[in-house]
Design a protein around this ligand. Structure first.
Ligand code: NDP
Length: 481
């Protein structure tokens, strides 16, 4: 079956679709490799035009009553929910992720963010600081034009998670999706206009890394929010620093999931599955280092292999499919090389392996050591490394022995231990007896090399605004001379 997902044009600038004038950008359906849309990159000039449109539109948007801005975002959320099925289908074509997942996890989460920040917009207030006769107050103001740059694993969710708080706070945004998944952000741009957002408030430019680099350094850009890998994050952070721009960096990870002997075996296995194989393992916060206490390790691995044997792999548009292809051949090649390196290093393959074509099955390693590349490096595919440990202190020390710090999970029935362990873990987002749940109400982000700033929750408001302090003199000015 051939699919056509061609948008009206490649870019969205100042309220309308505009054709890109840069290099060709074919969009492939990861399941079949078929070209589903043919886009063109933005030129440097078109990136500048998008920033110009955003800068022109932003002051009037920021001057609106926050409740009015919020209503537009809430309307956009309602439109997304109405069209969830059609949008999810497009997301599946763009990413290859099973429709079973995209129907509940992608645009649904994007709509939740628009609704949440839409509702929050009018609640943001300043402080009144009494100083005796005089007083001071603070205003939380927009930053201006924000640049958003997304990864390919959750393209529409990422666009919404960045646009919602940015727009709620009165900023305008120029968004560059990953070159692999350019379609969802264009839909968001159209939907925002339909919901009543003024032209220029949310613009989309397409292209590879150089287009992102041009966007980050545009003089009108006051803030950059990137979701991507650590190496890209380093480059973008450095480029943003030159203009003293604000940044939010949502980067990669190699997160630990610690399972103590007293954990519910079935729940821990279920969480480890969600922490490694949802979206074919292409999730930044995945708990890919699963630390098993010695008393539970064998039972855990047996049950894990048993449950993974039932996974339904196949056509992502089939509602019964649970596990889809890898985004592209290059990424699949990197994952296969990581699996081969794990075997060469002496780790035991419990299940999975190289797979075929676009598909790599859920792969689990046992008998791994902390020094192996499969334990140290982010693979960004369906590969779980399990390790065993004796006691709590050892688990915490080994879990923290990484440069990453995005997320972590703990499974235990011992309440005090659960809280003690998460307090000791160096990670921005932790789960106790759960994994990978990221409701919009909860701040999300990493520490160490996994990034800075937070998305979602009320915390995100601070990352899309700046504080102005106003001192108010109430009487005569007494000057010494
Ligand atoms: P990349 O870092 O390769 O790319 C991220 C985005 O940055 C893409 O849109 C990319 O464009 C763009 N880009 C690349 N170079 C530059 C540059 N010099 N200046 C500006 N923009 C640039 O990540 P992937 O897309 O491969 O995504 C996978 C990575 O993202 C993993 O490490 C994963 O852990 C992380 N990730 C983190 C999440 C989080 O919330 N913490 C969530 C999801 C993923 P293009 O791709 O078009 O070249």
């Amino acid at each position: 079956m051939t699919h056509n997902a061609q948008p009206a044009a490649s870019l969205f600038i100042d309220g309308t679709f505009v054709e890109g004038e840069g290099a060709a950008l074919p969009v492939l359906y990861p399941y079949t490799g078929q070209e589903i849309a043919s886009l063109r990159e933005a030129t440097a000039n078109q990136v500048a035009l998008a920033c110009q449109a955003a800068a022109r539109a932003q002051p009037a948007w920021a001057a609106m009553a926050p409740a009015d801005r919020g209503r537009i975002l809430s309307r956009a959320a309602a439109i997304i929910r109405d069209r969830n099925e059609e949008l999810s289908r497009l997301e599946t074509l763009d990413t290859g992720k099973p429709i079973q997942e995209t129907l509940v996890a992608d645009w649904a989460s994007g709509a939740a963010a628009l609704e949440y920040f839409g509702g929050l917009a009018a609640t943001v207030t300043g402080q009144m600081i009494p100083l005796g006769r005089d007083w001071a107050y603070t205003r939380r103001e927009a930053l201006g034009v924000c640049a958003g740059i997304g990864a390919w694993n959750y393209p529409s969710q990422i666009a919404c998670w960045k646009a919602a708080p940015a727009l709620a706070m009165g900023n305008a945004m120029v968004f560059k999706p990953s070159e692999e998944t350019p379609l969802g952000a264009l839909k968001l741009a159209e939907i925002l206009i339909e919901a009543g957002a003024p032209a220029g408030i949310f613009n989309v430019v397409q292209g590879r890394g150089e287009v992102g680099a041009a966007l980050v350094t545009d003089p009108r850009v006051a803030k950059v929010s990137l979701t991507g890998s650590v190496p890209t994050g380093r480059r973008v952070y450095a480029a943003a620093a030159e203009g003293m721009r604000h940044v939010t960096m949502e980067l990669g990870g190699k997160s630990p999931l610690i399972v103590f002997d007293d954990a519910s075996l079935e729940d821990a296995v279920g969480a480890a599955i969600l922490a490694n194989f949802y979206s074919s393992g292409q999730i930044c916060s995945n708990g890919t280092r699963v630390f098993l206490q010695q008393g539970i390790a064998a039972r855990f691995l047996d049950r894990l292999a048993e449950r993974l044997a039932t996974i339904r792999t196949g056509d992502p548009l089939d509602p019964d499919t649970q596990f889809g292809p890898i985004i592209n051949g290059t990424q699949a090649g990197k994952i296969r090389a990581a699996i081969a390196a794990g075997q060469d290093a002496g780790a035991r393959l419990v299940c999975g392996g190289a797979g075929e074509g676009a598909f790599i099955p859920p792969t689990v390693f046992a008998d791994a050591t902390d020094e192996m590349a499969i334990t140290r490096d982010e693979i960004f595919g369906p590969v779980m490394t399990t390790l065993t440990f004796a006691d709590e202190a050892e688990a915490v020390a080994r879990a923290n022995a990484t440069g990453f710090g995005l997320a972590a999970g703990v499974f235990t029935r011992d309440l005090t231990r659960a809280h003690r362990v998460v307090a000791a873990l160096e990670a921005g987002t932790c789960w106790i007896n759960a994994y990978n749940l990221t409701p919009v109400e909860m701040p999300f982000g990493g520490v160490k090399m996994s990034g800075l700033g937070r998305e979602n929750g009320t915390a995100a408001i601070e990352h899309y605004s700046q504080l102005k302090t106003v001192y108010v003199g109430m009487g005569a000015v007494e000057a010494p001379y």
